[in-house]
Design a protein around this ligand. Structure first.
Ligand SMILES: [Zn+2]
Length: 228
C-alpha cells in the first residue's frame, strides 16, 4: 500500500517558503504580490495603522484573490500606538466581518488584550476559525482561549506546559519570523507531547484542511503539497 507523508502547513510566516503551498505567507495589502502556487494571508496589522495603503478597501480587494486563504494578521495590541477602543477594536472587527463574509479563517496578533478579543467575539459570533498566532501565554490563558473556541498557533518560543495543555484539534505551528524550519518546530512539539511525529503531522494537516481549505478536502491539488 502506498504511504503518503502529509506535508505540514506552516500557518504563519513572513518569508516565502522554498516549496510553494507549504506555508501561509502573511502580508499587508500594499505588499501583496502573489507568486505562483504560494498561499497568502492578508490583513491590517495593528502596528501599521494609518500607513499608506493599509486600508480596508485595499484589504477587501486582496481577499478576492484565490491564493488568499486567511485574513490576518489582524489584531489587538496594548503596546501598539493606536488607541485600543477607538481605533484598534473597530478595525479588528471590520476585518473579522470580512473573514466571515469571505469564509476565511482569521489569524490574530494578540498582545495583552484577551478580554477585548473575547468581547469582540461575543459581539460578532464568528462562523470562521479564529487563530491566535505566536501564542506564548501560560496554560491558564490557553485554557481561557480554548473555552471560547479559539485555536492556538505556536512558533519557536513558547511555554512547554502550555503546548502540552492544548488539544491537538486546536493546535497549529508556525515559523513567523524565525529561521528555524517548520519541520524542526514540528519534531520538537511531537517530542514534547511524546507522540510519533507522523501522528502529530496527520492531526495538524487535518486542522489545516478544516480551517484553511474547508470544503476543498476532496481536492488534493489545493491541499499543502505532499512530500511523498
Ligand atoms: Zn507574524
Amino acid at each position: 500500500m502506498e504511504t503518503t507523508r502529509i506535508q505540514l502547513l506552516d500557518i504563519h510566516t513572513h518569508r516565502l517558503p522554498e516549496a510553494p503551498g507549504t506555508a501561509v505567507v502573511s502580508v499587508c495589502p500594499p505588499d501583496f504580490r502573489p507568486e505562483t502556487g504560494h498561499l497568502y494571508s492578508v490583513g491590517l496589522h495593528p502596528w501599521h495603522i494609518g500607513q499608506e495603503g493599509h486600508t480596508l478597501e485595499a484589504l477587501e480587494a486582496a481577499l478576492r484573490h484565490p491564493q488568499v486563504v486567511a485574513v490576518g494578521e489582524a489584531g489587538l495590541d496594548r503596546l501598539a500606538g493606536a488607541p485600543l477602543a477607538e481605533v484598534q477594536v473597530p478595525l479588528f472587527e471590520a476585518q473579522a466581518r470580512l473573514a466571515d463574509e469571505r469564509e476565511l479563517p482569521l489569524v490574530i496578533h494578540l498582545v495583552k488584550c484577551l478580554p477585548e478579543l473575547l468581547a469582540a467575539r461575543r459581539r460578532l459570533r464568528p462562523q470562521v476559525p479564529w487563530i491566535i498566532h505566536g501564542f506564548r501565554g501560560k496554560p491558564e490563558l490557553a485554557a481561557e482561549c480554548l473555552r471560547h473556541g479559539l485555536y492556538l498557533s505556536f512558533g519557536e518560543h513558547y511555554r512547554a506546559e502550555t503546548l502540552l495543555a492544548v488539544p491537538t484539534g486546536r493546535l497549529f505551528l508556525e515559523t513567523d519570523e524565525s529561521a528555524v524550519p517548520i519541520g524542526t518546530l514540528h519534531d520538537r512539539a511531537a517530542a514534547l507531547r511524546g507522540i510519533p511525529p507522523a501522528d502529530l503531522c496527520q492531526d495538524l494537516a487535518e486542522n489545516a484542511a478544516k480551517c484553511f481549505f474547508p470544503g476543498k478536502a476532496a481536492e488534493p491539488s489545493i491541499l499543502p503539497a505532499n512530500l511523498g
